[in-house]
Design a protein around this ligand. Sequence first.
Ligand SMILES: C[S@@+](CC[C@H](N)C(=O)[O-])C[C@H]1O[C@@H](n2cnc3c(N)ncnc32)[C@H](O)[C@@H]1O
Length: 187
Amino acid sequence: MLLTALRFSHQLLKDVVSKGDHVIDATMGNGNDTLFLAELVGSTGHVYAFDIQEQALQNTREKLAAYTERSTLFLAGHETIEEKIAVDQPIKAAIFNLGYLPKSDKQIITLPETTKQAMSAILKRLTVGGRMIVVIYYGHEGGETEKNEVLQFCQNLPQEKFSVLNYQFINQKNNPPILFCVEKKND
Ligand SMILES: C[S@@+](CC[C@H](N)C(=O)[O-])C[C@H]1O[C@@H](n2cnc3c(N)ncnc32)[C@H](O)[C@@H]1O
């Protein structure tokens, strides 16, 4: 059976992330991706995770209790990646889940401008062969605009440096999430 966008995002991460790698979860939420990444990078790697909600940090902290040494959880927007992570720190992979935190305040959503700032900062640090994955939930107000801006950002990346994949189900109701995967080909 075809994988959902969420399952496919994990497959795409698993293909490239190895023990010792440094990776980013740009939208920590309940910490599901943060935990998945922490297991992939092992005790010698590191996960940097970002969210603007205290609740997200609390939930993730509990999930990552066994992995505190290999993770840094920032109560800060992903637009601060540029200042929080050194520009010469190689990043093997990053993931975004754009939208709002399920079962939480639906007004607190990711926004196109800050999302693009974060994507640019990540691409600067991405290693050759590394992947930035963006899963977009867009059924809420403002979601469609963000989806279109991310699409435009990804479409404009130079093909000499990046391969960009779009994965989506096109005959499903209720706006199932769509996925973009940007892989760095050259520096
Ligand atoms: C769809 S949820 C993420 C789900 C998460 N990956 C998980 O496994 O539960 C989106 C998250 O993005 C967060 N968010 C909104 N704006 C943000 C920003 N500027 N920087 C980082 N996170 C942000 C929200 O607080 C919310 O927790």
